[in-house]
Ligand binder design. Structure first.
Ligand code: SF4
Length: 69
């Protein structure tokens, strides 16, 4: 599972920052979302809830399935 944040889609709503301030913050310069090291401590379920609540769809989770066969 990999967290992906598309900063160009972020509309600076701050929803993710309210949900998980240890994992997300708004950049002081451009006010777009930045992922913090604390994001590594969130569960997949927590990420899914945060991604679902992002009004711009900027946050997504991708599965990294094994290659081959
Ligand atoms: S919830 Fe979505 S739109 Fe709002 S700050 Fe986070 S990434 Fe950006």
């Amino acid at each position: 599972m990999k967290l992906e944040v598309d900063r160009e889609m972020c509309m600076s709503a701050g929803r993710c920052v309210l949900d998980a301030p240890e994992a997300f913050q708004l950049d002081e310069d451009d006010e777009l979302v930045t992922v913090l090291p604390g994001a590594a401590d969130l569960s997949v379920l927590e990420f899914q809830l945060i991604a679902d609540r992002c009004p711009s769809g900027a946050i997504s989770l991708t599965t990294q399935e094994g290659s081959g066969t």
